[in-house]
Design a protein around this ligand. Structure first.
Ligand code: ZN
Length: 338
């Protein structure tokens, strides 16, 4: 492990192909930076169950309702960044469309150039948000949270694992002897099995997953802390479990950066979720995570992860509420630095 981090220190790489739009410093213009990659439209066959339009609609909703959210185009993540986590052969097979059919089936999207590029830009969005969060305390990716992807394969609509790549890039950029301590707080309703797998023997990245016990993936991996919730779990037991988990993490790990997967799929209106959280419960969930990080002055990046509302508006409402809570957190950081 020590040798690995020594090697990371050597990496002086540009992880992003385009310059990251630097966060502005004028407090009068201050706004929460949120990166999008939905301009790559992934062609899906008619009737495909993935709600691809949710990304564009979230961007439109934010542009309309939240003038304090500054929307920025995601940069493209490079091979150098992706291969900090993913096998080179896998990255190349995704790029040139030579993934084995079985591996493609596990991902759940047909291959296209746009599919490969979109996955890459979605990682870039999380990387750019990390840079912004370093400067401003909190920033967002309108997509991301693709936590089922492992080093050598994707799965469950996830091609690359953006938060895993972000953790490695943050550590590489920290340029110091001891690795940056990164906490991944995964509150998508599905277990973050890919992330758990990638960091299974790595004490510098803490993986916390609160998920539905009977939901995909049916063979779970071992996170540093897994909390499996029963079908039908509602707001109160969920929030109690979250408080306990955040407290347990704080006792076991000194996080210096938080990557948060704010999945909308624990909502009662989700067709895949199996839990019964309300809009209010999920907004409170987000508020508690942001508050936990703010109290400790730990920078945080929030990604949207999953959301499969029977009505797509349900998913969008949960995500808009997440941005409402993120804006409140951003204002706390801004007020502190004035
Ligand atoms: Zn999910």
């Amino acid at each position: 492990m020590q040798a690995f981090f020594a090697a990371l220190q050597q990496i002086r790489m540009e992880c992003l192909e385009q310059p990251d739009p630097r966060p502005h410093t004028d407090p009068e213009l201050s706004a929460l930076l949120a990166y999008y990659a939905d301009h790559f439209v992934l062609p899906l066959p008619a009737g495909h169950r993935f709600p691809m339009e949710k990304y564009r609609r979230l961007r439109d909703g934010l542009a309309t309702c939240y003038p304090d959210v500054r929307l920025a185009e995601a940069p493209r993540a490079t091979d150098a960044a992706l291969t900090l986590v993913h096998d080179r052969a896998y990255v190349e097979a995704v790029a040139d469309g030579t993934l084995a059919p079985a591996l493609l089936r596990e991902i759940g999207f047909p291959w296209s150039k746009a599919m490969a590029e979109r996955a890459r830009y979605s990682v870039g969005a999380t990387l750019a948000a990390c840079t912004a969060a370093h400067a401003e305390g909190i920033a967002a990716n309108l997509a991301g949270g693709t936590h089922h992807a492992e080093a050598g394969k994707g799965g469950g609509f996830c091609v690359f694992n953006d938060v895993a790549v972000a953790a490695r890039v943050l550590q590489a950029q920290a340029q110091r002897d001891a690795p940056l301590q990164v906490a991944i707080v995964d509150l998508d309703v599905h277990q973050g099995n890919g992330t758990a797998q990638i960091f299974r023997s790595d004490p510098s990245v803490f993986t916390l997953s609160l998920h539905g016990e009977h939901n995909f993936p049916f063979r779970k991996a071992s996170s540093d802390l897994d909390v499996a919730l029963p079908d039908g779990c509602g707001d109160d037991p969920y929030l109690a479990a979250l408080d306990q988990a955040l407290e347990a993490m704080a006792q076991r790990f000194s996080a210096e950066f938080v990557l948060y997967l704010a999945g909308a799929d624990p909502h009662e209106g989700d067709r895949l979720g199996r839990l019964k959280l309300t809009f209010e419960g999920l907004a409170e969930r987000d508020r508690r995570v942001f508050e936990w990080a703010w109290q400790r002055r730990i920078p945080l990046v929030v990604t949207m992860a999953g959301g499969y509302g029977r009505e797509i508006d349900t998913t969008l409402q949960v995500q808009m509420n997440t941005f409402g809570a993120a804006l409140a957190c951003h204002r706390q950081w801004q007020n502190q630095t004035r």
